[in-house]
Every structure is written in C-alpha cells, then in structure tokens.
Unconditional design. Sequence first.
Length: 162
Amino acid sequence: MNQLIKEYKNSLEKVRLAKKRVQIKETEEQKEQYRLLCSMERDLLWSIQWMETGRRPGNKRGVERLAAYQQEISFDPIWIQNYAYTSTDGMVGSRITQTDRERIDEALSSLSPLEREVYLMSRGRGISYSEIAMMMSVKKGTVQKMLERAEKNLKCSKKKSV
C-alpha cells in the first residue's frame, strides 16, 4: 500500500507541474486542459487521503460508525456456528465450553421458537434470507423482520444479564 501511495503522490507532483505550465489559459483548449488537470489533482488528493486514513475523505468517522454497522453483535459468530451445528447434530464439540453453551441457551430462551429457528439458520448455519424464506414459506422481508426482532431481544437480554 505504501508503494501505491508513493506512486499516487509522484503522479500528483507531475499533475501540479503540468498545471503550472498551462496557467496562461488564453485559448479554450488551454482552459479545458487546466480544468482537466485540476480535476486530476482533486481525484489524486482524494485517493491519497483515502489510502492514508483508511476512511472516505470528508467523513468524520469511519465506516464502522455508520448506522448499518452500529448494530452490536450479540455473540461471537463462531460460537453461534458451533452451537448451531453441535446442538442439531447431537455431537458435542470441544470448540465451545459448557458455560458458553449455557449462556447462549439462556439468551436464546428469550426468543420465540420461530425467531430462534430463523436466528440459528441465519447466524449459525449461514443460510441466506431468501433460502430461509423458501424453507419456511414466507417472504424474505418477513425473515429479515424476524431476525431484527431476534437481535433486538438478544441485545435486551444481554443488557439485563450484565
């Protein structure tokens, strides 16, 4: 990444030098060249800033703070996957401890049976919303709503238990 940033900065210097040479701007062609070079300079600066900060330029916060990403993950996804596979297969895996299993059971007990099933299919087994909808003979939006309710309930039960 550092090499790429160096190359972009090198290009930026070349664009700035070319821009100084075209500063006369008497003819329409020179004006168009100047506008093009200004645009290139803006784009290079924007790209360099994005690469250096890891964030979209102009944003005060990173993408991790946007509303879509603000949802708290109730459990470690690996725990839920191990829980989903070991609880339905009947095989007890060593990946997840008994206390972790009990904590997950306690939290999932706050969900309705349907919400629990949908939650385990989606988060535990990694099944897509549309596949779950087909299996349950409901619309994809219904599955999404059930998951949103389940996540909300899990979040509330987590706050109560802490």
